[in-house]
Design a protein around this ligand. Structure first.
Ligand code: NDP
Ligand SMILES: O=CC(=O)O
Length: 356
């Protein structure tokens, strides 16, 4: 009951705020206080803008709101969404949240967020709505299913999908969103649970440039850098390529640890040796010790890594590009999923390699 009261009080305040904001809808409402560090052009159609966070001054979290700040919606409160929405609340934004399983809204509501009955409800209350969902099916369902976002969107609103999906799904969602008069930005992230908690994600954005600029202050709270990659589909493609490489690296690392262990080398020493050489990577140093101890507490669930490999293989197939290393790695993740490890961290792929 308390939540319901808070939600409706909040809706009133937001409606008032939206009325104030609606007539102008200009990007000046969302002035970007961040310094652009480098601008590169890879091709006429692929403009890349990398920005790094400069000093941020945030007002303290207050549900009464700040008329300079847009009302922000957040859909999908899994591992990533919860951490990202928390950072927006801590930065003093009015955040409205929704999750399929409503119990995941509670911790955010107790920090000052308001709840909503459906994705459409959230989108209708907010200037910019973010979505961080499991996979293409979930992203489509939340965008356009019953009570989906598009039923609450309209002119002067923005929808930013930060889920990892394929370019075709992203283009479909973009079309549906734009048909309402709203703007669309795809913005998948590189970085896992800890970077999401620390606000050090890397955003790989594409789509409506004006929305990119309007959302920039929010992206800079949740991330350490952002790339604008042009047309919708380019952000999704960049993310899939990065995760295709990551999945293969983790599979190869796992093979090395298992083989080394089998012939009598200390796996902890293998991790240590790798950390000092040219193939050192933060991922190996971070995950190695827990893999040796068979601890796979999920930061990046294995089922999502397998989904990303599957989508990357589809991308390669579409342009007849051979990617044999990624294809083999995908088989290992499939085996791990069949062993019931889908909800464990993706480093649990090592369990698919260990033989008796
Ligand atoms: N974890 C990580 O390290 C990273 C993940 N990603 C990507 O971010 C996305 C989210 O990842 P993560 O937070 O780890 O995943 P989680 O599995 O923790 O969360 C998934 C979210 O999607 C929701 N969801 C799933 N299916 C549906 C559906 N049909 N309708 C509505 N909501 C649905 C879940 O709702 P419910 O709670 O009700 O199940 C939950 O909120 C994925 O695309 C992943 O690939 C990107 C970078 C890093
Ligand atoms: O998608 C996963 C990540 O760590 O990035």
């Amino acid at each position: 009951m308390q939540h319901v009261a808070r939600m409706s009080a909040c809706r009133g305040a937001m409606a008032q705020q939206l009325n104030q904001l609606a007539p102008s809808c200009s990007s000046s409402l969302f002035t970007n206080p961040f310094r652009i560090q480098s601008v590169r052009s890879f091709s006429p159609s692929l403009h890349v803008v990398a920005c790094r966070r400069s000093s941020i001054r945030c007002s303290s979290s207050s549900h009464s709101g700040d008329s300079e700040k847009p009302a922000v919606g957040f859909l999908g409160l899994g591992i990533m969404g919860t951490a990202m929405a928390t950072n927006l609340i801590r930065a003093g934004y009015n955040v409205s949240v929704w999750n399929r399983n409503p119990s995941k809204c509670e911790p955010l509501i107790s920090q000052g967020a308001s709840g909503g009955a459906s994705p459409a409800d959230i989108a209708s209350q907010c200037n910019i709505t973010f979505a961080m969902l499991a996979d293409p099916a979930a992203a489509l369902e939340v965008a356009s299913g019953k009570g989906g976002v598009i039923h609450g969107l309209g002119p002067c609103k923005g929808y930013v999908d930060v889920s990892t999906v394929d370019g075709e799904t992203s283009k479909t969602i973009s079309g549906l969103v734009k048909a309402t008069g709203a703007s669309f930005l795809e913005a998948p992230v590189s970085g896992s649970k800890k970077p999401a908690e620390d606000g050090t994600l890397i955003f790989l954005t594409a789509g409506d440039k004006q929305l990119y600029e309007q959302a920039a202050p929010l992206l800079d709270i949740m991330g350490k850098s952002r790339f604008y990659l042009g047309e919708v589909g380019n952000g999704a493609a960049m993310k899939l390529i990065v995760n295709m490489i990551m999945g293969s690296m983790m599979a190869s690392f796992s093979e090395g640890l298992v083989l080394g262990n089998k012939i009598g080398l200390d796996p902890n020493t293998i991790v240590e040796v790798i950390s000092q050489g040219a193939i050192s990577a933060p991922m190996f140093s971070m995950k190695g010790p827990s893999m040796v101890n068979k601890k796979f507490s999920p930061a990046f669930p294995l089922k999502h890594q397998q989904k990303d490999l599957r989508l990357a293989l589809q991308l390669a197939e579409a342009v007849s590009q051979s990617v044999p290393v990624a294809a083999s790695a995908n088989e290992l993740y499939k085996v791990a999923k069949c062993k019931g490890l889908g909800d464990q961290d993706f480093s649990a792929v090592i369990e698919a390699i260990i033989s008796k």
